[in-house]
Write a protein that binds this ligand. Structure first.
Ligand SMILES: NC(=O)c1ccc[n+]([C@@H]2O[C@H](COP(=O)([O-])OP(=O)(O)OC[C@H]3O[C@@H](n4cnc5c(N)ncnc54)[C@H](OP(=O)(O)O)[C@@H]3O)[C@@H](O)[C@H]2O)c1
Length: 437
C-alpha cells in the first residue's frame, strides 16, 4: 500500500464522535476501496478535560487547530466545530495550504459558501458538505449527480428534525407548542435554547444550500422568507386535520418556469394526508425533488444524530480521497461560486393556496361579507368549516382558498380584519401545492 490519507478532525462532539467511530468500524473496507488507509492524525477540541471514550489512546487530541492543519501528514481537514468563527478561518487556512475540506457546517456555507468555494477552486481543492443538509440523507449527491439530467422545478423538505418532532407531538398527543417543546427538550431533540430551530432559520440555511444546487443560482439565507413554528396555535393542527391535512414545517423552493425567479420559504404548511411528506414524523427528515424527467422523488431518513450524520461525513471523506469529489467540483457548474445571484420572486407575487382561520361573530351575513372581500381580490374558496358556537363571542371560521397571489391575500386579510364582526387577527398558512406528474 502507498502512504495513508491523514485527517485532522476539528471538533469531537456529536458528529465528530460518530465520524471517528464510523471510520474505525469501516477501517478495513475503506482501506480496500482506496488502496490505502485513512489515519486520524489529529482530533482538535476545546476542552481537553472532557472524557472521550470513542478515541483510541494513541490518537493525538489537543486544542491547537492550526498545528493540526499545518501538519504535512494531513491532507484532508474535517471541520465539525460548527458556527462561523473560528470554523471559517480554519477552513480558509486549510484551503490556502492546499488541503481539501469536509464540513457539516450549514450556517457557514449558507453565509459564506460562494467565497469559500472560490477559495477552494483557487487552490485546486474541494469542499465536500453532504452532512450540512438533512444529516444522513445523501441529498446533495442526488442534486449534484443523481438528478443532474433534470430541470428541477421544485424542492420541498422537512429538514429540521426538532420542529418535526415538536409538530408530531402536538399532532399525535394534542399538546400545546410549549408542552411539545418541553417534551422535545427532555428527549434530547431540542437544545436548551431552541431558537435557531423553532424560528425556522436552521431550515432556511439548509434551503439556501439545497436550492443553490437544485436551481444553479446563488441563494443566501436572507433570500428565504421564514416563519417558524414558535407562534403556531395547536388549533391549526386540529382544524387542518378535519380538512384532511397535517401541518409540517416545510422548506420550499420553487422555480417559476416563465421567469426562472425563485420563490423560497420556510413555513408551517398544510400537507394533504395522502402526501408521503405527511407521514414523515418524529425526528425524521425528507426531501422531495421534482424534476422534469423523473417527476417526483422522495429522499427519507435521519436528518441528525451522531452516526447518521457521520454516514455523510465519512462518505465525503472517501469521495475526497478517491478524487470523485474533486472531479465533480471541477466539472459540474452548479456550485455557488460559479453561478449568478438568484433572482428572487417578491413574496407578494408568490402564488399559493392558503388556510385561513377567522375569529368571526356568529351572525347571519358575516361569511358573505368575508367571501365578498376575498372575491374582490380574485381569491376563490376551496372549503369552509364552521362549528356551532359554544359560549364564545367569536367562533373560528376556517377557509381554504384556491391558488392566489400572496399579496392579494394579505390585502384581503387586512380588510377582513378591519370588519366589526372580526374579533382577532386572521391566521393564515400556506397549503402545499406541488407540480403534477
Ligand atoms: N448534531 C447533529 O446531529 C448535526 C447534524 C448535521 C449537521 N451538524 C453540524 O455538524 C457540526 C458539529 O455539530 P455537533 O452537533 O457535533 O456539535 P457539538 O456536539 O457542539 O460539537 C462541537 C465540537 O467542536 C469543538 N469545538 C468548539 N469550539 C472549538 C474551538 N474553538 N476549537 C476547537 N474545537 C472546538 C467542541 O469541543 P469540546 O468537545 O471540547 O466542547 C466539540 O467537540 C455543526 O456545524 C452542526 O451544524 C450537526
Amino acid at each position: 500500500m502507498t502512504s495513508d490519507i491523514g485527517l485532522a478532525i476539528l471538533g469531537c462532539g456529536v458528529v465528530g464522535t460518530g465520524t471517528i467511530e464510523l471510520l474505525a468500524r469501516r477501517n478495513q473496507t475503506i482501506a480496500a476501496r482506496l488502496g490505502r488507509p485513512i489515519t486520524v492524525r489529529h482530533v482538535v477540541v476545546r476542552d481537553l478535560a472532557k472524557s472521550r471514550p470513542v478515541l483510541d489512546p494513541s490518537t493525538r487530541v489537543h486544542t491547537d487547530a492550526l498545528a493540526a492543519i499545518n501538519d504535512p501528514a494531513v491532507s484532508v481537514v474535517v471541520e465539525l466545530i460548527g458556527g462561523l468563527s473560528p470554523a471559517r478561518s480554519l477552513i480558509e487556512h486549510a484551503l490556502r495550504l492546499g488541503k481539501s475540506v469536509v464540513t457539516a457546517n450549514k450556517s457557514l456555507l449558507a453565509a459564506h459558501g460562494p467565497a469559500l468555494f472560490q477559495l477552494a477552486r483557487q487552490h485546486n481543492q474541494v469542499i465536500a458538505f453532504e452532512a450540512s443538509c438533512a444529516g444522513g440523507i445523501p441529498i446533495i449527491d442526488a442534486l449534484t449527480r443523481g438528478l443532474c439530467a433534470n430541470d428541477i422545478r421544485q424542492i420541498v423538505g422537512i429538514i429540521n428534525g426538532t420542529c418535526n418532532f415538536i409538530l408530531s407531538k402536538m399532532s399525535l398527543e394534542n399538546l400545546s407548542y410549549a408542552d411539545a417543546l418541553k417534551g422535545a427538550q427532555q428527549a434530547g431533540f431540542a437544545e436548551a435554547d431552541p431558537t435557531l430551530d423553532v424560528s425556522g432559520r436552521d431550515a432556511a440555511q439548509k434551503l439556501a444550500i439545497l436550492s443553490s444546487l437544485a436551481f444553479s443560482q446563488q441563494v443566501s439565507e436572507g433570500d428565504v422568507s421564514c416563519t417558524g413554528i414558535d407562534t403556531l396555535d395547536a388549533r391549526e393542527i386540529t382544524f387542518a386535520r378535519e380538512l384532511g391535512y397535517t401541518i409540517k414545517l416545510l422548506a420550499t423552493g420553487t422555480r417559476d418556469l416563465a421567469t426562472s425567479r425563485l420563490a423560497l420559504s420556510v413555513s408551517p404548511t398544510l400537507v394533504r394526508h395522502t402526501d408521503m411528506l405527511a407521514d414523515v414524523s418524529g425526528g425524521f427528515n425528507a426531501v422531495s425533488v421534482w424534476g422534469d424527467a423523473v417527476g417526483h422523488t422522495l429522499f427519507y431518513g435521519k436528518g441528525a444524530g451522531s452516526l447518521p450524520t457521520a454516514s455523510s461525513v465519512v462518505s465525503d471523506i472517501i469521495s475526497v480521497a478517491t478524487g470523485q469529489a474533486k472531479l465533480l467540483f471541477d466539472s459540474a457548474t452548479v456550485w455557488p461560486d460559479l453561478t449568478a445571484r438568484a433572482s428572487i420572486m417578491p413574496a407578494d407575487a408568490v402564488l399559493q393556496r392558503s388556510y385561513l382561520r377567522l375569529a368571526a361573530v356568529d351572525r347571519p351575513g358575516v361569511l358573505a361579507r368575508v367571501t365578498d372581500i376575498l372575491g374582490q381580490h380574485g381569491i376563490s374558496l376551496g372549503a369552509v368549516l364552521q362549528h356551532e358556537a359554544a359560549d364564545e363571542t367569536h367562533v373560528p371560521v376556517i377557509i381554504t382558498t384556491h391558488l392566489a397571489r400572496r399579496g392579494n391575500l394579505l390585502l384581503a386579510i387586512e380588510q377582513i380584519d378591519a370588519l366589526d364582526v372580526i374579533g382577532a387577527p386572521t391566521v393564515h398558512l400556506p397549503i402545499l401545492d406541488s407540480p403534477g406528474e
